[in-house]
Design a binder for this molecule. Structure first.
Ligand code: GLC
Ligand code: GLC
Length: 817
């Protein structure tokens, strides 16, 4: 069952019924001001940090689900009837409804009793504000007398405090209303120099800034007193819940339209210019007035919207494919790239599943997110790499997370997730492969954000590498620490106390439990570091990396091979996890994917054998589950993984994040049919027809799909902010379509379904545009036999980076001779 459809030409997903199984959201903003918006206008906004600079309120996990948003009400002043043109919050039956989620904007339109209304929400580039461009048209045969009410609830900045500290919050709220602008200035009188504002382009019939006056006693958003009676109260908030509502009267002749612009924004004043006059307590508005005036003007709004459209057109133009598969095309060309932008910006902070107060930016997460983002805005990737590496510890370890506003490591969580350091090598190598910017390795970066500790970035990578060698366990495999990629495999935790964090509780000394996954990751990272060192002329370093990688491979083959697949780990008793000797959790996905990606077992057939085992034991029609058999009970020595009911999350769900590892592994052994099949199973667009099962948005990947042990097998959860975004994008673009960035150029190495006759990729890379046409006349799955560049045949399948030119470089690749 479908709830909408793709409009690929416009790069939009069109939802045509408001009650989707879950709120289907989109993101606004791509630089510093962000928000998410559901298909019925729910959601909230923040500046940089969803916890510390929350602008508006939203109530997670409410009934109905999606409460709090960018609401508008229309009222027919002749009849007194009122409704929400975005359906929520009044949920009046609409004659027509449509939501168009696009790249950085959302348009919601509806028609009720021949009053048509459209609202376009977006964040202009370079600004810290959002626009709601609202237009209403009278399609009746007689004049309509209407009222429009806007409504948002301000958050008192720190979202955690806002949701808990009511003894204080109910007394601190402050606003100012001047002309058509409502200023929210709670705590501005003391240590803050920022405020929010909510402006309207029209002359107001009234306003409200006290939520409970606007709503009236015992009423909700579906029935506000001000809207019902058709007149604002002109309330001024003193404490309680500061709110922003404008009331505008609109009289429309038949066929007539009216446009109203609302601007919601965030503004900072210089600390010594907070007040105007200086000795008053009145917010200095001189600094913000020009920007408000600019965006209350329809022409500027249109121009800003066009600019945003062009910006995205340009970003997406960096990699475009035309393949025989519509799901590949729209995910690669549009939505997966868009999702990668969101994960780069927001990591795992603010979505429908992430409350915006739980987490900062993860070290491993952000490094992996680069894989899908680096080609879009390389300079921002560079900045992120330097920020991340500045939180690295001197030991080579890493703070597991940092707060984007302060860029400091999070001490509550600390470090000792022993996979973390290697992801920095993976992130940096992806950046260099894309850009050829070797200079980044010479950037001097602090350790632990400590002045004076600066070392070249290259030294950070060396310490990442050494970190593992200094922490080997009894089998010579890397010690796991608090967890590796699988946050829930907590082998040193042994928690028997409810409420204890599995991630920070450590009851064992950590000297026994080892991770085969980290061993694989180490090999992968060491091989990358060797290539980097070689190109820097550091032969000794390169040799050492390769020698250690080879040694680790041997250890994996000796202690990490179970006969038909790779073992997952060794527990604190020195017993294997992910082995045929286990009762449950006999085979895990992570070590299969990572070891093969690192090249382990490629030569001696072990890789193929492991992939057969994955196919036999882990693959389902909805994707590949994380392990089998699922843990049926809590195992104290395994930790959080066994805390989830079977089939959910890390306990044997289809944890989509690492399905691409298997897909890459399949391409490495040359099985294009199977790689593509696995890719399609989790591709949300390909799942659009089973919307009632999948339930999440069909335009973005989800973190997990309930596994075969779950009663709701096939149901997706945690959409948008997941490592799945970057990994699926990276996998399909670089390994299936096979247009792969390498240090010295672009590799052309597709591994595709035999039935594909070919495809074309347009790729902008290091100053050139490549138009690469791949032909598959013999129905092969891999193997470029002929490569012509501008008509001339070249040997091999690498397109060496070359000086930029204005004409595209035309490439023809023929598979199978
Ligand atoms: C979540 C975390 C990520 C972790 C994964 C598996 O996606 O953000 O860091 O690797 O879960 O536990
Ligand atoms: C929980 C989640 C896991 C996530 C972790 C982040 O353990 O199950 O997916 O990585 O929290 O701390």
């Amino acid at each position: 069952m479908r709830f909408g459809h793709f409009d690929d030409g416009k790069r939009e997903y069109v939802i045509n019924q408001p009650n989707t199984p879950l709120p289907w959201i989109n993101y606004l903003g791509c630089e510093a001001y962000f928000g998410f918006i559901s298909n019925t206008a729910g959601g909230y906004s923040f500046y940089r940090d969803a916890r510390l600079r929350r602008l508006t309120r939203y109530r997670y996990n409410q009934a109905p689900f999606d409460v709090g948003g960018r609401y508008l009400y229309l009222r027919d002043n002749d009849t007194g009837e009122f409704w929400s043109p975005s359906w929520q919050p009044t949920r009046t039956k609409l004659d027509q409804y449509e939501c168009r989620h696009g790249m950085g904007y959302t348009i919601i339109g509806s028609s009720h009793k021949k009053i048509e209304a459209w609202t376009c929400y977006f964040v202009p580039l370079g600004e810290t504000l959002e626009i709601w461009k609202f237009s209403v048209t009278n399609r009746r045969k007689k004049p309509a007398k209407l009222s429009v009410f806007s409504s948002i609830e301000f958050c008192l900045w720190d979202a955690q405090d806002d949701a808990t500290n009511f003894q204080r919050n109910f007394s601190t709220g402050q606003v100012e209303v001047v002309d058509e602008v409502i200023y929210h200035k709670t705590e501005y009188r003391e240590r803050r120099n920022h405020f929010a504002y909510f402006a309207c382009s029209e002359k107001l019939a009234g306003f409200d800034t006290q939520r409970d006056t606007f709503l009236g006693a015992c009423r909700g958003w579906d029935n506000p007193a001000a809207v019902e009676r058709g007149k604002s109260f002109n309330s001024v908030a003193h404490g309680w819940a500061p709110h922003g509502s404008h009331h505008v009267k609109v009289n429309l002749k038949p066929g007539e339209s009216k446009e109203i612009i609302f601007v919601l924004g965030y503004h900072e004043n210089p600390v010594d210019q907070k007040f105007d006059p200086p000795d008053s307590q009145t917010v200095n508005k001189q600094t913000v007035k020009p920007v408000i005036a600019k965006y209350l003007d329809g022409q500027s709004v249109t121009a800003a919207f066009e600019k945003l459209r062009r910006y995205w057109g340009n970003l997406l133009g960096i990699y475009q494919v035309q393949s025989p598969d519509v799901h590949v095309n729209r995910m690669v060309n549009i939505w997966n790239a868009c999702q990668c932008m969101a994960t780069f910006n927001l990591s795992r902070s603010a979505s429908f599943y992430e409350s915006g107060i739980g987490r900062g930016l993860g070290f491993r997460d952000s490094n992996q997110d680069l894989l899908g983002f680096v080609h879009m805005v390389p300079c921002r990737a560079r900045e992120r790499i330097l920020d991340l590496s500045a939180t690295q510890l001197k030991t080579g370890g890493a703070f597991h997370q940092y707060q984007p506003l302060t860029k400091r490591g999070n001490h509550d969580l600390g470090s000792n997730f022993n996979d973390d350091p290697h992801w920095l090598i993976i992130g940096v190598s992806a950046y260099i492969k894309e850009t050829g910017d070797w200079g980044i390795l010479d950037e001097r970066v602090q350790f632990e954000n400590e002045a004076g500790s600066e070392q070249p970035l290259y030294e950070h990578l060396r310490r990442s590498f050494n970190y593992t060698l200094e922490r080997l366990g009894p089998h010579g495999l890397p010690l796991i620490g608090r967890a590796d990629w699988n946050d829930c495999l907590n082998l040193n935790c042994f928690s028997n106390t409810p409420g204890q964090s599995f991630q920070t509780t450590t009851n064992k000394d950590g000297k026994v439990a080892e991770s085969v996954f980290i061993a694989g990751l180490f090999v992968l990272a060491a091989k990358e570091l060797a290539k980097i060192a070689t190109r820097r002329g550091l032969k000794k370093d390169a040799d050492r990396c390769l020698a250690e990688a080879a040694r680790m491979e041997e250890v994996i083959l000796k202690h990490g091979w179970d006969g038909a697949w790779f073992v997952r780990a060794y527990d604190d008793f020195g017993k294997p996890i992910g082995s045929k000797v286990c009762d449950e959790g006999k085979i895990f996905i992570e070590s299969q994917g990572m070891c093969i990606m690192a090249g382990v077992g490629l030569k001696d057939g072990k890789a193929r054998l492991a992939l057969e085992s994955v196919n036999k034991h882990l693959a389902t029609r909805h994707g590949i589950v994380l392990q089998q058999p699922a843990f049926s009970k809590y195992y104290i020595h395994l930790g959080e993984i066994s805390s989830y009911p079977p089939g959910y999350k890390e306990n044997a769900s289809i944890f989509c994040h690492n399905n691409p590892w298997i897909i890459i592994a399949e391409t490495m052994v040359g099985d294009g049919n199977r790689a593509f099949d696995y890719y399609t199973r989790i591709n949300p667009s390909a799942r659009e027809n089973i919307g009632e099962v999948h339930r999440c948005e069909p335009y973005v990947f989800a973190q997990m799909i309930a596994g075969k042990d779950a009663p709701t097998h096939g149901e997706a959860k945690n959409s948008w902010l997941t490592g799945t975004a970057a990994w699926t994008y990276f996998t399909v673009t670089q390994w299936i379509l096979g247009i792969r960035t390498e240090y010295d150029g672009l590799r052309v190495d597709p591994v595709i379904p035999a039935k594909w006759k070919g495809f074309t990729v347009t790729r902008r890379f290091r100053g050139n545009t490549y138009v690469i046409e791949v032909k598959n006349p013999k129905g092969k799955q891999r193997g470029v036999k002929k490569l012509r560049v501008d008509g001339k045949e070249i040997a091999g399948n690498l397109l060496p980076a070359c000086p930029s030119r204005s004409e595209p470089i035309r490439v023809e690749a023929v598979l199978g001779g």
